[in-house]
Design a protein around this ligand. Sequence first.
Ligand code: ADP
Ligand code: MG
Length: 487
Amino acid sequence: MSYVIEGTTGPWEVVIGLEVHAQVLSRAKLFSGAPTAFGAEPNSQVSFVDAGFPGMLPVINRECVAQAVRTGLGLNAEIHLWSRFDRKNYFYADLPQGYQISQYAYPIVGRGSVEIELSDGTRRKVGITRLHLEQDAGKSLHDQHPTKSFIDLNRSGVALMEIVSEPDMRSPEEAGAYLAKLRQILRYLGTCDGNMEEGSLRADVNVSVRRPGEGFRTRCEVKNVNSIRFVMQAVEAEARRQIEVWEQGGTVEQETRLFDTARGLTRSMRSKEDAHDYRYFPDPDLPPLVLDAAWVEGLRAALPELPDARRARYMRDFGLSAYDAGVLTAEREIADYFEAVAAGRDPKQAANWVMGDLFAALNRTKRDIIDPPVSAADLGALLDLMADGTLSGKLAKEVFEAMVDTGRPPAAIVEERGLRQVTDAGAIEAAVEAVLAANADKVAEYRAGKEKLFGFFVGQVMKAMAGKGNPALVNEALRRRLGRPEV
Ligand code: ADP
Ligand code: MG
């Protein structure tokens, strides 16, 4: 089912391509040893290279290169063993060098693809055009003083990967799904933290519209959109604006626009600059970047299992539904947790506990899967106590809540609180006798055919045993003692 917007003169199709800037996870910057931690005191993480001092020489950070290669491999892309850094010249107060070191004609990563899944279950491939490494600029702070702007160079020189997609997306949903999938892959790979609020991942959204079946028309680029929801909103708003321009007999001019999140509209920022405006040329301070094929193969061999593969494995080996497998592989840390619980146990039971009780506990305690209130080992031990008959399902829920509150392992809680389920036949029979004796009227009704009273007796016996009777044994004892009702 394709997405079209009905104009006043007929249907329009939307065409979208994304340029995503992903900050490389690395302790040091792309060409200097200055640290990259977020939230540091302004201008406290700046080397002479990052401040653009004359005579300084950039030295490439091997780890940033490895991260770009890992990302390329994760995007099923060609790795270029020979690439080159160019200078992209422009003037801005937060760019002390007067140019950004980037890759233009020879990026480190070429064509690849990302597979997205839509809400109706359909899957599509989005082409990756290229990925290149470049330096980030500093940050201008305009809100610190009534008449002055300040510059923070902590971000200056931090490594970015610019990941450019083909114009393959056709709806806001596809654009959102693409960005979400890209973010998931980067986080699995550990090459970008994907934190959009902190600006570690931001998207330039290219949008054009056309009549179904037509070739591409002129696009506009909506700069620096910093959430998946805003990307989807920006696509829709920009598409509607362009449709109106075309339908009123106008022409869409290629330009750079901003998304006004408060008003839900895009507005013009500047007319689109062309490559020649930047006077790109090879950076004379840096030799070409030449990679060793064996080194690249080593990185490939060490790649973690990626979300699609992991999800497929959960469906195949654990018999989980597509939905459950998708939830459990949404983040690498969740999948790791789940697998630790499931190892050597019933995977479906493990999945239910992780998606149900554990997720609820994370919500309630406002904690994260990397710092959970109950460790995977403790949750696994709880499942073992159910498997060996120590705990009934109901008691296990109670023990789990106590584990969340106290952080103690399940065996300790079972001992301390005497929560072990009672399987002793004598104790169960005694409780059954007492309940039947106290409810002679109901016993008569049951025997006369009111079969649904059985649940009542089970409830009473469990209550008499403080919830600790083994449910199967209680049921069995009651059946034996009550016999079949006479119908
Ligand atoms: P530039 O180098 O000027 O930024 P590119 O050709 O590299 O332009 O494309 C930039 C982005 O714009 C890519 O993500 C691409 O998919 C997208 N794009 C190109 N043409 C269109 C179009 N007609 N409609 C929507 N997006 C487009
Ligand atoms: Mg571009």
